[in-house]
Design a protein around this ligand. Structure first.
Ligand code: SF4
Length: 313
């Protein structure tokens, strides 16, 4: 039997029909494929999407991102049905942190508080004191009474925050984001030679040497603001390639240059983010499969540090 391949327009029509019929909302991260960003109800970074997930009155949330993001949507709005287009889309960095390891660090540093990046799995969130995103991490850490911070799981975001908040002591989990980690200063400097007037904007998940040569360091939303409004026409961007689509839509008069990185899927390209497709979104909406299911006690415990973040920011 020959499989029938639906064309893009037909798929979008089916998704639109299903989301209206089922009162569903489609949330998509900036690192999603362009065709998903184009039809999403909201496109955003982790913090914006967490807020949308919490506030929505839709019955179903289809979360096009990686698993910890869909889990966060469920934790913040547990009465909703949260569907994840591709259950295999995890985050390699989130998977680097374990409950056992974090508990051991807590034992070794009883006076420290655990600050976890939102890029952690739900079980690690349950033993965290507060969650942060790359946009609000410095603000949240400064607002805490504690002088000693265990930061999980991204050592590079952690050391970036530590440089902004030198009055506190940091114990860093040694996790990293493979796509961002692989971006080297040399790659950016080679581009700078080709575009001498260009500004360089990078994500703090990049390694420290790369961050140090940037003109601007910020979350995806902050990079968008910088890149679309700075006075240079050429902007070299050190983050995931999915952001190019959004930037070009927002301000097509500029030239957004993304480095090529042969070590990880060809560019700064998150393979897990790209596993979501229009076909998979249509399928989960149609069959209501791949629902995020978390035990009640996990939801309750993981919600506390998320709520604490949302109170501070
Ligand atoms: S870009 Fe990095 S941190 Fe984000 S989902 Fe992919 S591996 Fe995880």
């Amino acid at each position: 039997m020959t499989a029938v391949v639906e064309n893009k327009e037909a798929l979008i029509e089916r998704i639109n029909y299903l989301r209206k019929k089922k009162n569903a909302v489609l949330l998509a991260h900036f690192y999603q494929r362009g065709e998903i960003q184009d039809i999403a109800d909201y496109v955003g970074d982790s913090l914006e999407l967490a807020r949308r997930a919490q506030e929505t009155d839709a019955d179903i949330i289809v979360f096009s991102g990686v698993r910890f993001m869909a889990e966060t949507a469920k934790i913040l709005n547990p009465t909703k049905k949260v569907l994840h287009p591709n259950p295999e889309s995890g985050c390699p960095m989130a998977d680097m942190a374990t409950v056992e390891g974090v508990l051991k660090l807590k034992e070794e540093h009883p006076d420290a508080v655990v600050v976890s990046y939102i890029n952690t799995n739900a079980d690690v969130k349950t033993i965290s004191d507060v969650i942060v995103t790359s946009r609000n991490a410095v603000k949240v850490v400064k607002a805490l009474d504690a002088k000693k911070i265990i930061f999980v799981p991204d050592q590079f975001l952690g050391s970036y925050i530590a440089r902004q908040v030198p009055e506190k002591e940091f114990i860093l989990w040694k996790g990293f984001c493979p796509p961002h980690f692989n971006l080297t200063p040399d790659q950016l400097l080679a581009l700078k030679e080709r575009y001498p007037d260009a500004k360089i904007a990078v994500h703090p998940e990049c390694n420290t040497e790369t961050v140090k040569i940037a003109d601007f360091v910020g979350s995806t939303s902050q990079i968008i603001e910088f890149a679309t409004t700075c006075d240079s026409k050429n902007v070299i961007i050190g983050t995931e390639i999915g952001l190019k689509h959004w930037l070009e839509k927002l301000n097509p008069d500029k030239n957004y240059i993304f480095p090529v990185n042969a070590d990880y899927c060809g560019t700064i390209h998150c393979c897990d983010m790209k596993k979501n497709t229009l076909e998979k979104i249509a399928d989960v909406l149609e069959r209501e499969i791949n629902e995020i299911v978390l035990p009640e006690d996990i939801i309750e415990k993981a919600k506390k540090p998320l709520d604490k973040m949302l109170e501070i920011v």
